[in-house]
Design a protein around this ligand. Structure first.
Ligand SMILES: Nc1ncnc2c1ncn2[C@@H]1O[C@H](COP(=O)(O)OP(=O)(O)OP(=O)(O)O)[C@@H](O)[C@H]1O
Ligand SMILES: [Mg+2]
Length: 289
C-alpha cells in the first residue's frame, strides 16, 4: 500500500476520474462497524476531506448500532430485537438519538474538520430533512419509534452543498408532532442519494463486498445487477445487515442513481482506491445488469 501511494502515477491515473466526478454529488454511508476504530475512522475522514477538495459534492450518512448497544448496556436498558429490527420505545429512542445525533455524528464531523473539510452535522430531523411514519411489517407488527421514510427534502442538502459544506447525516427522522424516528441508515443513504440525484452511492462496511459465502472473503462478487441482487435475496445468500443494504441498492438503481458500491471500510483508503483507480474494489452494482 505504502509503495503504491508513493508512486506519482497514481495521481495521473486519478486525473480522468477527478475530471469526470468534480462537481457531482456522491453519497457515502459509513457503517457503524467502520466507526469503532479511531485510526480507521481518521483515515476515512481524511479521504472524505480530500474528495471534497477535488470538487466532489460529498454527503455522508452514518450508522452507529454498535455504539447504541454499548450505551444501552451501560445504562442497563433492555435491548429488544424483532426480525432484526431494534424495538424502539420512548426511553430507547432518547438513547438512540443521543448516540447517533450526538456522539457518532459529532465524532465524524470533528475528524473531517480536522482535515479542513467543512463538515456540518445534522440529523434527519433538522430542516426537517427526513420525514418518517411508524414502520409496520407485512404482518401488521409495529416496532415503536422505528420509522419508514415518507419523504426527503433534497433542497436542505443542496443548500449545504452550495455553501461548500459536507453534510454529515444521522439516521433519525422527524415524525408527526415532532416525534423522533429511528431509521435504517442504509435506507436513509439510498433515499438521500435518490433525492439529490447522486452520481454514486458508496457503502463502507466491515466486509469486502457481497460474498457468495458470507464466511469466506474469497467469494467476493465484484459486479451485480438489480435482478441478480434480488435473486441472491431470494436464495438466502443475503441475510442480516446485508439485507437492507441490498434492498435499498435495488431501489435506488431503479430511481436514477447510476452506480452503487459496497466496499470494506476496514481497508485503508478504500474510498480513494474505489473512486480514483482503474481497478475497482468491493461489489459494484449497475442498473443495467
Ligand atoms: N452475502 C453476504 N455478503 C456479505 N455480508 C453479508 C452477507 N449476508 C449477510 N452479511 C452480513 O452483513 C453484515 C454487514 O451489515 P451490517 O449491518 O452489520 O454493517 P453496516 O451496515 O456496515 O453497519 P451499521 O448497520 O452499523 O450501519 C456483514 O458483517 C455480514 O455479517
Ligand atoms: Mg447495517
Amino acid at each position: 500500500m505504502k509503495r503504491r501511494l508513493l508512486q506519482p502515477e497514481i495521481l495521473i491515473e486519478a486525473l480522468p476520474y477527478i475530471r469526470e466526478f468534480t462537481g457531482k454529488p456522491f453519497v457515502v454511508k459509513l457503517g457503524g462497524s467502520t466507526l469503532l476504530d479511531e485510526a480507521q475512522c481518521t483515515r476515512i475522514a481524511g479521504d472524505i476531506a480530500l474528495l471534497k477538495l477535488v470538487g466532489i459534492q460529498l454527503v455522508v450518512v452514518h450508522g452507529g448500532g454498535k455504539h447504541i448497544n454499548e450505551m444501552l448496556q451501560r445504562l442497563g436498558i433492555q435491548n429488544e430485537f424483532k426480525n432484526g429490527l431494534r424495538v424502539t420505545n420512548e426511553e430507547t429512542m432518547r438513547i438512540v438519538e443521543m448516540v447517533l445525533s450526538g456522539r457518532s455524528n459529532k465524532d465524524i464531523v470533528t475528524l473531517i474538520n480536522r482535515y479542513g473539510g467543512k463538515a456540518l452535522g445534522i440529523s434527519g430531523k433538522d430542516g426537517p430533512l427526513i420525514r418518517a411514519l411508524p414502520y409496520t411489517d407485512a404482518n401488521g407488527g409495529t416496532y415503536g419509534q422505528v420509522g419508514i421514510i415518507e419523504s426527503v427534502a433534497g433542497d436542505v442538502i443542496e443548500h449545504l452543498l452550495t455553501g461548500g459544506f459536507i453534510p454529515v447525516i444521522s439516521p433519525v427522522a422527524y415524525g408527526e408532532g415532532g416525534r423522533s424516528y429511528n431509521l435504517n441508515a442504509d435506507h436513509a443513504a439510498s433515499r438521500i442519494a435518490q433525492a439529490i440525484c447522486a452520481k454514486k452511492l458508496i457503502y463502507l462496511s466491515d466486509i469486502p463486498g457481497v460474498l457468495r459465502d458470507p464466511r469466506d472473503p474469497g467469494t467476493l462478487i465484484s459486479e451485480l445487477g438489480a435482478l441478480e441482487a434480488e435473486a441472491l435475496i431470494a436464495d438466502g445468500t443475503i441475510s442480516g445487515g446485508m439485507l437492507p443494504k441490498i434492498q435499498s441498492i435495488v431501489e435506488c438503481l431503479r430511481h436514477g442513481v447510476e452506480k452503487v458500491h459496497i466496499i470494506s471500510g476496514l481497508e485503508p483508503h478504500a474510498l480513494l482506491l474505489e473512486i480514483f483507480t482503474n481497478g475497482g474494489i468491493g461489489t459494484e452494482f449497475h442498473a443495467a445488469l
